[in-house]
Design a protein around this ligand. Sequence first.
Ligand code: ADP
Length: 610
Amino acid sequence: MTIRKRLLILAIGGVVPLVLVGLALLWSVWHAKQQQLNDGMEQQAELAAVLFDRWLDAQEQPLRTIAEYSSTNGINQTELQDALKAAITPRSSWTDLRALDADGKVVAIEPTNAESLPSGIAERLLAEAQRGASGVETDWTKGEGRYSLILMAPMKSGGAVTARIDGAGLQQIFQGITLPERTVVTVMDPQRRIIYRSQRSQSAVGMDLTGSTITSVLNDRKTAVVVLKSSVDNVERVYGVARAGNTGYSVSVGVPSSVLYGPAWQQLTVYIAVAFVVACCAAVGALLIAGSIARPMRLLSMAAQKFGEGDFSARAPSAGEDEVSRLGMNFNAMAQRLEKREARLAELDTLKSEWVSRVSHELRTPLTTIKALTRLLMRGGLSEAKQREYIETISVECDRQIELVLNLLDLARIEGGVFRITHERVNVDEVMSSCVKAAVRIAEKRRHDLRVEPNSEPLFVCADPKTIRRVLANLIENSVKYTADGGRIVLSAQQDGEEVTINIADNGRGIPAEDMPILFNKFYRGKPAPESAALHDAETTEFLEDADMSGVGLGLYLARNVVERMGGRISVESEVGRGSTFTLHLPSWSEGGCGESVNSNGNNKTIARG
Ligand code: ADP
């Protein structure tokens, strides 16, 4: 799976649970709010029911007064008639008022021509009266949604006082209270028929709500809440329903769900929308962040792939301060090092090939010379002088071969860490003289003036005699090689404090200043001097020319290496066209011995006394 996908999953995995928790919280807040609103509706319904109950009670009050008065004072019919008249006159919505005896016979009635009570209702009310309870019934006998409420107050005699109130009188009950907009108050009688609806609707009054949840929701409770579509106008409302005392009547207050829950629902919708936007932003953000991390990783991987395929110039993006940029930087640094190493290896490879061919050439050339001269000698017919010259040349070439092989062996020993030197008392004049003697023949061939400047006092150094001899021989050989014919090569030595300096000065071609820092490097070879010329006859010139300027660039490298191992150093001064002076600085011998020096591995070693 790609990093991009993983990061995306990580981000979404973090955001989704948060969003879910947020939604769950919102849902519970919404429920609490809904409950609060429903409770409010229940309270409103309860309040409306109390109003209705109080109104009924207020209507019953004159009935109870008349019933009590007639029972206690035993008044006659005329007085009862007057009492009824006095009670009905100020009450415009009352249709009639009557007193019944225990058998249901009218004792007094006002107005006198009032209709009799519908059968059934009168009996039920009288039965109630005989139990000593007051009661109220709805009279629907007038039809077309018209009705009356018949209220009854019991008399002690078993009779009752009843009043018929026109249904229109109920309008006054709720006139005093201000209801919120689009709120509907409905009053239902015990037969579950609507006797009042605040929003006037002709068809509503008298409507039978049997079977509707609004009538069954109360059960044994005093108040309840129900959400349903109105049977009257089909509007979905939240209804608070409450019983009106013990009358059997119930009152509901309904508010359209959209009005009641609207603001809260709107708020919830805003929260959900915000949560959705936040989730989307998080997903987009995660996508961008994942991209910003994955892109440099992809580029880094591409760079690594290219690098692996051999394109050493491939680099990763590294601008920035973050971890991926630092990774890129580290990769680039590594790539740069490897590129350099690769270039160096290629360079070394070239050097190695060049060196192998040079060494092969160095080995082949003297052998060819030796073979050619041997053949000339074997052919015979040469003058004695010529024979001698050829034999000397063969000897010189053999020495050169031996020297080359020894140099190669030294190189192998130095690089293998097994080069051993001794530290002994070495007479400087003796070494210089023997080296000059060994080189005198070849110097003569080049008509060089090769000599040693003698010292009045003998000088002694602490050195490995064989090694110091080979170093000196090498430096003399170089001076002979790189000085034009007829040059001057002078060896001298001086005591310089604790050390002895040995100079090999020539007036040869000199060394360019730009080559000085690499002069002692392994395999360094300067460009051949144009003025170098051979001194030999035509037959041998090509061999000897080669031999005179031959070399593999190891002499100075080995010289510095071994001189430093002997506790000394080597320096050079040179000017192109004027000559060079190589100086060996070696620790001088004292009576106390050679002191401390270093072995071939660079470790300190106490050396033997010479
Ligand atoms: P080689 O002589 O085999 O080339 P060396 O290490 O002895 O190797 O010398 C390295 C190079 O230094 C020579 O190729 C030459 O260019 C330069 N060199 C050494 N000695 C002298 C000298 N005396 N005069 C001029 N150039 C010299």
